[in-house]
Design a protein around this ligand. Sequence first.
Ligand code: ATP
Ligand code: MG
Length: 767
Amino acid sequence: MSLLDALNEPQRQAVMATDGPLLILAGAGSGKTRVLTHRTAYLIEECGVNPYNIMAITFTNKAAGEMRERIDQMVGYGSESIWVCTFHSTCVRILRRYIDRLGFGTNFTIYDSDDQKTLMKDICKRLEIDTKMYKEKMFLSAISSAKDELIDPIEFETRAAGDYVKRKQAQVYREYQQALKQNNALDFDDLIMKTVELFKLDKEVLASYQDRFRYIMVDEYQDTNTAQFELIRLLALKYQNLCVVGDDDQSIYKFRGANIYNILNFEHHFPDATVIKLEQNYRSTQNILDAANAVIANNQGRKEKRLWTDNGAGDKITFEQLDTAAEEADFVARDIARRVRKGEYQYKDCAILYRTNAQSRLFEERFITANIPYKIFGGVNFYARKEVKDLLAYLKTIDNGQDDLAVRRIINIPKRGIGAASINKVALYAQEQEISFYDALCVAEQVPGLGKAAAKIRPFVLFIQSMKAKAKLLSVTDLLQEVIETTGYVRELEAEGTDEAEARIENIDELISKAVDYAEGEEAPTLNGFLENVALVADIDSFDENSDYVVLMTLHSAKGLEFPNVYLAGLEDGLFPSYMSITSDNSQAEIEEERRLAYVGITRAKKNLTITSARVRMVRGQTQYGKVSRFVREIPPELLSGKIYEPKTKEEPIEQSTFQKARKAFRTVPSYGGSGYGKEVGEGYGSTFRSSKATKPVYTKVENQRDFGSAGGALSYQVGDRVRHIKFGDGEVMAIVSGGRDYEVTVDFDKVGTKKMFASFAKLKKI
Ligand code: ATP
Ligand code: MG
């Protein structure tokens, strides 16, 4: 079968239009990504283009990985030399080679948002800014938006004119950039901006990349920002072989500076552009598509598209309104368990999508007790954990002593008796001498006023220096082990003996596994390469298709993906669309952005879509009463199975009896013993690597149980027996208490201690 046989007519045209600018503008699931992979194969196999000359840019590493895999399957020889990357990793690769032309060292560090905050705190302190009035976050977000638009500190200042706050921001921006440079560090936005700067400054470098990337393709083009557009424009300037695919209805990153005009004005930027539309959807059933079409039709100012499919009407969309968020999670867990039991789906066919990360917690609790394997993407990143950051800071210090933040992070971890006052003195000295913090530590004896503290600093410097020497000989894994050993990091945690310390040790083990993985996957592994690799992995990237687990992620991370069975959770006004969007001054536009997100969510589903909402939900410890989301009400009722309950009046959103029931139900929600996940809504709880030990569900008595299945009647174990739980491992049954239609079983697990769980959910096996 030829490459082109697997495509419909417009898709074929898009694949064969190899030369000159090409815009493919099409709705969800119409095969845009598929066109890109086939086009790549076609260029190589049919047009004889050297794979080395092809670049495909995507938004997430996960998407890049998938694309690479698909291309590998189609292209025989040489597919590994195709450049399939995200914007950020593309820029890192370019900057690692050439950033010295901008006065940075090529071993620069990449700062994550935590590092940025720490740096910003320092700057505000230095500039004596009242951070109660002007928050660090405000400055960081102003700087980030400026970078998305390629506005440097000088231009920022010019534009600020007489505006007081803007002038303050300009000053902070300038200081911030200087500090980054001193630390030989870049933030995420810098990666793109510095590459554009490099291309504009150095024609020779630009020309070499233009010659290399003769054919450029960009997926999810609707979410590019001005800086990314400029990057692409410069690269494509010489040969003009630029193919972009996107869907204006799926533009969901305005808050990150995505510029919808990049797609709407493509024909203006590239007057010779060919435009191709795709309208047949291959992913979803007609019912799902009709729902998506009906919802998105409420947006103004969009390019009209109507999707159709040959897939048949399919099942109706299930809508289920629950009393509480806990019941919502329960409902979804049961539904998945039921469908898997019936053989309808595997776990991996199922995805739960939600608006904010924090919503994942209840699902996670439910899944643990119900023994449903799951993985959470997004949320608190593994690499944002304290213990992981500490150890990485050691590695960064060993690799590049110029990163002040990393050095300051670990100077007193473990405790070396070096106080804040001493650290400030060193920092001040470093600033005066215009040297790095680490270099100042090296000459601690010369720092005025340090006194005895200098002697305490000495062993630290000696240790780092010896490690620097060893770094040339040891593998990353050995180096990491040696840091752990010498600093006594794990020993200290072991001595602590708490569950939390245990979980931290597990995370450290995970980091070691990561180092091993890295070394195995690289031809020439280096410490710097490892740190770079770590800086670029978002959680989404650890998505592993081969394992069977339910996927939990935010709607934003679900872009471009597809699942047979999708649950959209928390469809309540105030949650989705968000409270901010409803109350914003610019409400119309913000709700349209939320609606596009709803459209993305609905169109992820291939066969089954279930939408859920809760009448009562806790948000930041406060009870909220949510009305069913307007997006659900925009779906024609005939497509839905399940009724929308509407409150009678605005003043009394929920009847008293329902309210009381809901309150009661809340008391039965498992509460978390563990701490450390107390994040704001939107920042969330989840992580791919979360250890089950870190979350300690503690159950209060459960009343009003409903159908708990049949397992309760015939337990295969009794008190004193040894049992096995899929997540918690082996343990001894301590107590079995009848609780209505189910049994509450207390098990003392060897590794995680005592847990109470429901027999029908826990699926304990006697061993
Ligand atoms: P999104 O807007 O969500 O990114 P998309 O337009 O990129 O979607 P794809 O992911 O490329 O769509 O395709 C959606 C699904 O339809 C995939 O499973 C793909 O394999 C399938 N598909 C696309 N075109 C065809 C075709 N001509 N024949 C058979 N299957 C197709
Ligand atoms: Mg796609």
